[in-house]
Every structure is written in C-alpha cells, then in structure tokens.
Design a binder for this molecule. Structure first.
Ligand code: FAD
Length: 479
C-alpha cells in the first residue's frame, strides 16, 4: 500500500510530490497522459506573477505571493531557466491612471513591491510601447519561467528521492475503505492511505468519485502566438494591459528562451479537452497586443497554441480535505496564477494537510537539487571546446534551430524522469521548438528514442499513446 497517491502530474502534482519526497513516505503519482506536465502546465503564459492582482486575503493572493518568493531558490535548485524581469501594467488613457493607483494599493495589501511610472519612464524602459502610454505600474518581483522544465525538474528531483510515477493511468474510480482508498484505473488498482486530487481541469470529476460536491471546474480557453527569437529587445518586461473581469488580459512578453509570447484570449468553452485555435480569436489577440506594442513583427510567428484554465465556480483555489474524509485532499481550480503558486501549494499540502493525517518524518538523506546539467551553449568557447574534445556528443547538433546537442539529449534520456515521446524530449531539451518546428531534427529524435528504449521507430510516439510519426518501413531488406 502507498502512503500517498497523487492524481495529476501537472505543476501542482509535481510540487506536492517534491515536497513529500523529503519525508519517509511511499508516494505514487498517476497521470492519464504519456508525459508529466502535458496539459495546462505546458500551455500558459509562463509568468512568475508578483501577486499584485489577486484579491487580498484569497488563496490565490497568498499562494501567488509565497510561490513568487520561492521561485528564485526553486529554479536554482532545479536548474530551471527563470528571469526576474519585472511586470508592467500599462495605462493607455488618463482615465486608467486611477485604476493603476488602485492596483498599487492592492499590491501593497498583498505585500508586493509596486511603483507607479510616468509616461517618460515607461518610454525609456520600453521604447517599442504605444507612444500614447499614460503611465504604468511596475512590479519588479514579477518574472518569467520555463514551465516545461519547472514541472519536469520538480518530478526529476522527487523521483531521485524515491517518488514513483505511473503514466497513461487514467483514474476512473475511487473506493474508500476503513484504512484508506482503492484507486482504480482502466488496467490497475492501487491502494493508498491518503489521496491527493491534483487533476486540473478534471479535479471536479475526480472529487465526485468520493462525495457530492458544490463546486465545478469550467474550462476557459486562452489562445497565443509564439514569435521566434529574431532580435532581443522588442519588450524588456512582461507587459500587461489593465486587468478586467476576463482576467489579466493580452500580454506581450519575452520568454526564458528569448522567443516572444502574445496572448492569451479568455473564453469559456464547453470541452475540457478542446485546445484548438481559431483565426477570429487570434486576430482579436493580435489587435489587443498591437494597442500595447504597435510594431510586433507578426511575420516572425512560428506557432499558435491554446491552453485551458481550470476556472473554479468558487473563483478561488480549492485546497482542502473532502468534507466526508480528511484523507482525501482536493487541490482543485488552480487556474492562473497556479504555475507560480505551485511550489508554495506543494509545501502547504505536504506539511499541513498531509501532515495532519500522516506522521511526517524527514529522510536521513534527500536531494534538494537535480544532478547538474551541462549547457554547452552558455559556456565560454574555450570551456566548450574542452568539453567537446572529451565528450564529442556535445559537439553534434541534433536540433539546428535551438542548438541542442546529442550529448544533452542523451543526458535527458538517462535521468530518473522517463522521456516516452518526441514531445516530451522537445519539452525537456527544446529540440523541435524553433523556426522549423522539428522538420529537421524529428527523424533523428525518433531514431534516438527508439534506440534508447530498444524499440523500432514506428513504436515511438509523438505525444500520446498511439501517435507514431513513422507508420511503416518503406524500404524493406534494402529494397
Ligand atoms: C491561458 C493560460 C495562461 C496562464 N498563465 C499563467 C501564468 O502566466 N502564470 C501562472 O502562474 N499560471 C498561469 N496559468 C495557470 C497555470 O498554467 C495552472 O494554474 C497550472 O498549470 C495548473 O497546474 P495543475 O497541475 O493544477 O494542472 P495540469 O497541468 O492540467 O495537471 C493536471 C493533470 O491531471 C491529469 N489528470 C486529469 N484527470 C485525470 C485522471 N482522471 N486520472 C489521472 N490523471 C488525470 C492531467 O492529465 C494533467 O496532467 C495559465 C493558464 C492558462 C490556461
């Protein structure tokens, strides 16, 4: 029997697992997908929000501010790209300046550093901004983070400490017993003393497996453009318009890899799985973004995507035990700012909620850091040459657009977190993220994955199970 089963391997499940991994507990994470962080945690704005925006006193405000404070240390320990570049909320009309003052007061109530900027200061800091700008609210502790690596590295660290992960295991039912739970998937049954529901968009469906609930999760779609890292300096901060009832609005930002993100839209949709994009919505996103930064070079667009926010009917994060059973813990409705909040949520759920129902004893030895990663691209030339001389794989470029070497790919495949798909490898290394979107490197990636897992290329999936890129061998026996 496990001590704890976590349902859901997104950012929230990852950081709960990491926080629990320091204790003498048997922890298993189940996810329905073929990789960790394959749903909302990979399709968002990737902003480490400062916490100026959520209503003071709410769980969103508390965990956002706490998570933001943890982010520099977490990213250092897990070797995750992170940049404290600051956020600016922009007023384009005089009438909006009063809202900026209100937001500053709200930031202060939340304990977040914030400063009003004049027209001239904004123009100096952001030369490409709409010249009509009237002022801005600067929050210097806001920043950007790599969302793919944040989740993957938290899992790697948790797994180095003994946490187990079972992918492609969709939970279909849960039975309460005297001393715990039986968690059922299509093919298996698992037993645990405590169950944590971190199932994102489906957290209401999972919560209902235990008891009737009074809340629901309503998917709210956000669509984006990704622009190639063609030239630095289009924007230097994360630029937001004024927030509205629809959320924080269409932002323009750089990312930790130097690309630019423009979006998201905000529309409730009926399906929890529909991540399609559409021209009308994207055109609207484009128009809104251009009102902030008129000269965004949309001809450098390399991709569009959509993510679904798990918007709760309660309007706040739901982080509490089920009404009828304190050993079933719901961590639900974690919409934005859930990514930045996840380290703080993980710590709270492990120490306070699991700690209330299981004895927590720290392991004699556990890792807080992942094994160091070799990064040839950021090394001084001399050091890189020496590395390549000793390990020639670091000089073999597999992905030309993003400059990802064979050595880095082999390193990622050898880690405790498995890499079962082309997309998983893409998220871990950036191979396939660039201008050609994998056109050049995908055949090599498929071959490398097939070799590593001792299988044939037609068994290598792009993403989910049964999504091969190679269907059959054309040239058989040399013909
Ligand atoms: C458009 C958009 C913009 C955002 N921008 C930001 C931002 O800039 N900053 C920020 O902090 N936050 C942002 N967020 C929010 C952030 O992405 C989420 O709060 C966070 O990713 C939620 O993580 P999660 O683990 O709860 O959910 P998920 O990542 O969705 O993980 C839930 C997991 O549960 C699994 N699962 C579901 N049902 C089952 C089942 N029955 N059995 C097994 N597994 C199951 C899923 O497969 C999934 O892997 C944004 C979100 C969106 C959509």
């Amino acid at each position: 029997m496990e001590d704890v089963i976590i349902i859901g391997a997104g950012a929230v499940g990852a950081f709960i697992a990491r926080s629990l991994s320091v204790y003498e507990l048997k922890v298993l994470v189940l996810d329905k997908e073929n990789d960790v962080g394959d749903v909302t945690s990979m399709a968002n704005s990737a902003i480490a929000h400062s916490g100026y925006d959520p209503e003071p006193g709410t769980k969103k405000a508390i965990f956002n501010v706490a998570g933001n404070k943890m982010m520099p240390t977490v990213c250092r320990e897990l070797d995750v790209p992170y940049g404290k570049i600051g956020t600016m909320t922009i007023a384009l009309e005089d009438s909006q300046l009063k809202t900026l003052e209100d937001l500053k007061l709200r930031a202060e109530k939340n304990g977040v550093e914030a400063r009003l900027m004049s027209h001239d200061e904004v123009i100096k800091a952001e030369p490409n901004i709409n010249p009509e700008v009237k002022g801005a609210l600067l929050c210097p502790t806001g920043g950007i983070v790599n969302p793919f690596l944040l989740v993957a590295r938290a899992f790697e660290n948790a797994m180095d400490n003994g946490v187990k992960l079972a992918l492609n295991e969709e939970v279909t039912g849960i039975e309460s017993k005297k001393d715990g739970f039986v968690v059922k998937t299509k093919d298996n049954e698992y037993e645990a003393k405590v169950v944590i529901n971190a199932a994102g968009l489906h957290s209401d469906d999972v919560a209902k497996m235990i008891e009737p609930i009074s809340w629901s999760i309503n998917p709210r779609k956000g669509e984006y453009y990704v622009l190639d890292h063609y030239a630095p300096g289009l924007v230097n901060h994360v630029l937001f318009p004024l927030p509205s009832s629809k959320g924080k609005g269409v932002l323009v930002t750089t990312t930790t890899s130097g690309d630019y993100l423009v979006g998201p839209s905000s529309e409730f949709v009926p399906s929890k799985d529909d991540v399609s994009t559409d021209v009308m919505t994207l055109e609207d996103v484009k128009a809104q973004a251009k009102s902030l930064v008129p000269n965004i070079p949309f001809n450098q667009q390399i991709r569009v995507y959509a993510g679904l926010r798990a918007t709760p009917s309660t309007h706040d994060f739901i982080i509490e035990p089920a009404k009828s059973n304190s050993k079933f813990i719901n961590v639900a409705g974690i919409e934005s700012p859930g990514l930045v909040s996840s380290p703080a949520i993980g710590e709270y759920v492990a120490d306070k909620l699991v700690g209330a129902v299981l004895p927590l004893k720290k392991k004699a030895h556990y890792e807080t850091k992942v094994r160091p990663y070799v990064k040839p691209l950021t090394m001084p030339l001399e050091e890189r040459n020496a590395l390549i001389k000793e390990h020639p794989d670091y000089g073999m470029m597999v992905c030309q657009c993003e400059k990802v070497s064979l050595g880095e790919i082999k390193d990622v495949m050898s880690r405790s977190l498995p890499v079962y798909s082309v997309k998983a490898l893409k998220k871990r290394t950036r191979a396939g993220f660039g201008k050609c979107q994998g056109g050049f490197c995908q055949p090599s990636i498929v071959r490398l994955l097939a070799e590593y897992y001792h299988t044939t290329p037609d068994k290598v999936n792009y993403d989910k199970l049964n999504s091969p890129l190679v269907v059959e061998e054309v040239k058989k026996e040399g013909k």
